[in-house]
Design a protein around this ligand. Structure first.
Ligand code: OGA
Ligand code: MN
Length: 370
């Protein structure tokens, strides 16, 4: 049954959840209603003008991006502030961000889901502890998962606290400068000069993962956009309304795609019900097949990725998707409110349950079964 008919039949009552379940199913999934921005064919998709001259071709290339004049950017009718940019990366450059997400950003003092159950000694150097196992992984055998395969999320900058749903002034580590530079260029091109990358949430998905229905509202300045970067296998993204009972629109997110939620669309409900093998039917999408160019500009934030490191990343991505979201938490010149902590919050901080598992990312078994 087509997705639109499901929504209509249910009369709009928690239509988001119903469509989430519709796209979560594994067998007989009907993808005809899913917008593909790499070949947009529906009237709902509109062109979105970018500020081409606000980012120099040189700065774009330093971030691993094509000149902004060559990007395609789309919006969606009735979702002002939503911008979708199908893969604007230069050939080979996605590899840098994939390697950073697995090898660099997973390092201490960044925080990840594994810190909740494991000692810091055990969660130090996830890459080093996983790379041999990943490289020799055969798809046919059932083997124990390595630590990188158990990774679900990493937080950067102001570390998001899944318990209290807050960022705190005193739980901060330096935001990676390469990702901050990439984010600034993208935000500027989309009409948000001066964007400050202050917090990042990286989500690591496998074919059985999903991300539950939520709004990102913990940032204190909602006038700043939320940026999202996707790599590896594809997914279905659902963008809903200001209320949960509005039926969402479904779209594919492929490797390299960028999505910006700003303005009216900054606080909309959204979710990722499904991760899918890339539509080209290859182990990896072809945009990841090209190696990084040998002649990167000297001041590029993109660094070469050795074949040996890429083998590990490629093995990982054959069954995975990585999404990086970058947020500005505070307005220019704003500081965190000096509110008195409640007992509950204080306890959470003191007992270190910063690392509470993100309930949004739990496997939604009931959804699969129903
Ligand atoms: C998030 C988010 C979407 C995605 O991390 O808040 O909505 O595509 N991620 O993974
Ligand atoms: Mn989100």
């Amino acid at each position: 049954m087509a997705a639109s008919r499901v929504a209509a039949r249910e009369g709009g009552e928690d239509a988001f959840r119903r469509l989430f379940r519709f796209y979560r199913r594994r067998e007989g999934l009907d993808l005809t209603g899913v917008i593909d921005f790499s070949q947009p064919a529906t009237r709902q998709v509109v062109n979105c003008p970018l500020s081409c001259s606000s980012v120099s071709d040189q700065d774009a290339s330093r971030a691993g991006l094509q000149p902004v004049s060559q990007w395609k950017a789309y919006g969606l009718d009735s979702y002002p502030g939503f911008i979708f940019i199908p893969n604007p990366f230069l050939p080979g450059c996605q590899r840098h961000w994939v390697k950073q997400s697995l090898k660099q950003y997973t390092q201490k003092p960044n925080v990840c889901n594994l810190d909740m159950h494991m000692s810091s000694k055990e969660t130090t150097d996830l890459w080093g502890k996983s790379q041999l196992q990943l490289r020799s992984r055969s798809s046919s055998k059932q083997e124990a998962k390595c630590l990188l395969e158990k990774l679900r999320w990493v937080t950067l900058g102001y570390h998001y606290n899944w318990n209290t749903k807050k960022y705190l002034a005193d739980h901060y580590t330096a935001f990676p400068s390469d990702l901050a530079f990439l984010s600034e260029q993208v935000a500027t091109a989309c009409g948000f000069p001066g964007f400050q990358a202050e917090a990042g949430i990286l989500n690591y998905y496998h074919f059985d993962s999903s991300l539950g229905i939520h709004v990102d509202e913990s940032e204190l300045d909602h006038s700043r956009p939320l940026l999202s970067f996707s790599f590896g296998q594809s997914s279905i993204f659902l963008l809903g309304g200001l209320k949960r009972d509005e039926a969402p629109v479904a779209m594919f997110m492929h490797s390299g795609d960028l999505m910006i939620m700003s303005g009216f669309s900054r606080l909309l409900f959204h979710a990722v019900p499904r991760v899918l093998p890339n539509l080209e039917g290859k182990p990896l999408p072809s945009c990841l097949e090209l190696p990084l160019p040998a002649d990167l500009p000297a001041d590029s934030v993109i660094k070469p990725c050795s074949e040996k490191d890429w083998q590990v990343c490629a093995k990982y991505l054959q069954v995975s998707r990585i999404n990086m979201t970058v947020r500005q938490v505070l307005a220019e010149g704003q500081s965190f409110p000096t509110e008195a902590r409640t007992d509950g919050e204080q306890g959470a901080v003191l007992t270190g349950s910063y690392h509470e598992e993100d309930s949004r990312l739990k496997k939604q078994k009931s959804d699969v079964d129903s």
